[in-house]
Design a protein around this ligand. Structure first.
Ligand code: UD1
Ligand code: MG
Length: 432
């Protein structure tokens, strides 16, 4: 791979109106910058990310997810702008792909036509009915003559529909020659990478426009753009998994994290949300269930169940309003209205409606262990830490505070009292 990549991520992202750096805003569970880096990794072994605003925060995030990425801090005070961003970046190869960090929908496939073209500068363009916000590209005789930023456009140039998508492949010698010549004599007093194009053209260099699919090159500048990019990303994720054998009811109502993985025969009903690094295999997830960082195999969940991080469900059924957190359930049925946190529950065990593991004493969390073939009556509380062995019955309404041995019954109830005719006397109904 004789291609270096520079990813521009130094901008502040003012239009996001956020303390979080723009490139760390998440799309389908991952910071948007991760997508540009993934695309770059498929094309190059030499990637530099240019940072400035909250550089440490962005760098730490990237280093926790990727190896072998280089970083450069832009001299933003003296050289602001996209041209300033690529100044003095060391690259190993003689062709350089420049990508924006705020393009989460870009893929290696969408970049290939640019990378495979040969010219002094290859640049991405597309035609827009409403080109406002983008730099306009002047194309004559199949060659780019200039790029004019909107703020610097004449009225006539504003009517140009061909715009700069913001991704380029430069020959290294072009960057070496023209970057030192850039000036900031423009409306924003910035060093524009786009001015390189005009300078090179004036000296007879070849600048090839490559029309690219608009969707993949959309830049995210506001929260509105962020939401729109999220919708496109979700559609891609759902399509991928439907093609891989996942049935989805009303797919547009389903949200799936880009890290989630499905195996075998799965169904997701409408309104299902899957966050984090969740694995779902041969399972049926019913309407409006929310799952996060969990592992679900040969099981059914919901409708309206919640499976929280660290949970493993195998051969299990959980029904409506059952919440499971950091628990391992194997061969378990918990049909209704329960909270099962920090629990380990064995095969053949039935959890009655309203069962609660009291796993937190206000300071620490404790574990509940329930063995195989345990029948847990409705409205049981397990005050953890507590262990229930195999083949046990827990009577409805019991508060389990002490361990229960194999084969036993646990029951804790206030004895029932009957007061004859109490109703009639209390309400003075005249009956006795
Ligand atoms: C840029 C292009 C414009 C193009 C558009 C496509 C220039 C001068 N303009 O405009 O022609 O139509 O992209 O989306 O290049 N950045 C830095 N350092 C800086 C400034 C920006 O690293 O000093 C980074 C930003 O973090 C961002 C990228 O460069 O990832 C693009 O910057 P942005 O301000 O969004 O440029 P646009 O105004 O969109
Ligand atoms: Mg932009």
């Amino acid at each position: 791979m004789s291609l270096s990549v520079i990813i521009l991520a130094a901008g502040q992202g003012t239009r996001m109106k956020s303390d979080l750096p723009k490139v760390l805003h998440p799309i389908s569970g991952l910071p948007m910058l991760h997508y540009a880096i993934k695309a770059a990794k498929a094309l190059s072994d030499d990637i530099t990310v240019v940072l400035f605003h909250q550089a440490d925060r962005v760098r730490e995030n990237i280093e926790s997810a990727f190896e072998g990425i280089r970083f450069r801090i832009q001299d933003h005070a003296n050289y602001p702008g996209t041209g300033g961003a690529v100044m003095n970046v060391e690259t190993r190869h003689d062709r350089i792909l420049v990508l924006n960090g705020d393009m989460p929908l870009v893929t290696a496939e969408s970049l290939r036509p640019l990378v495979e073209s040969d010219a002094d500068i290859v640049m991405s363009v597309f035609d827009l009915q409403n080109p406002s916000g983008y730099g306009r590209v002047v194309v004559e005789n199949g060659e780019v003559q200039a790029i004019v930023e909107e703020k610097d456009c004449t009225e006539e140039q504003k009517r140009i529909k061909t715009v700069n998508a913001g991704v380029y492949v430069f020959k290294k010698e072009i960057m070496d020659r023209y970057l030192p010549l850039l000036s900031n004599d423009n409306a924003q007093a910035e060093y524009y990478l786009t001015d390189l194009v005009k300078m090179a053209r004036d000296e007879g260099r070849h600048i090839k426009p490559v029309w690219v699919e608009e969707e993949a090159f959309k830049g995210v500048n506001s929260r509105y753009d962020l939401a729109h990019a999220e919708e496109i990303m979700q559609e891609r994720i759902r399509e991928k998994w439907m093609r891989a054998g996942v049935t989805m009811h009303l797919p547009r109502t389903i949200y799936i994290d880009s890290r989630a993985v499905f195996h075998g025969d799965c169904t997701l009903e409408n309104g299902v949300t899957i966050h984090g690094e969740t694995i779902v295999a041969d399972s049926h997830i019913k309407s409006h269930t929310v799952i996060e960082d969990a592992d679900i195999r040969n099981s059914s969940c919901g409708p309206m169940a919640r499976v929280r991080p660290g949970s493993i469900l195998e051969d299990t059924h959980i029904g409506n309003f059952v919440e499971v957190k950091k628990s391992h359930l194997k061969g378990v049925k918990a049909g209704h209205l329960s909270y099962l946190g920090d629990a380990e529950i064995g095969e053949g065990t039935n959890i009655g409606a309203g069962t609660i593991t009291c796993n937190y004493d206000g300071v620490k969390k404790y574990k509940t262990k329930i063995g195989k073939n345990v029948f847990v009556g409705s409205d049981t509380q397990f005050v953890a830490p507590v262990t229930v062995e195999d083949n046990v019955m827990i009577a409805a309404g019991t508060t389990v505070t002490e361990d229960v041995k194999e084969g036993a019954l646990a029951i804790s109830r206030t004895p029932q009292k009957i007061v004859e005719n109490f109703f009639h006397r209390f309400f003075k109904t005249g009956k006795r």
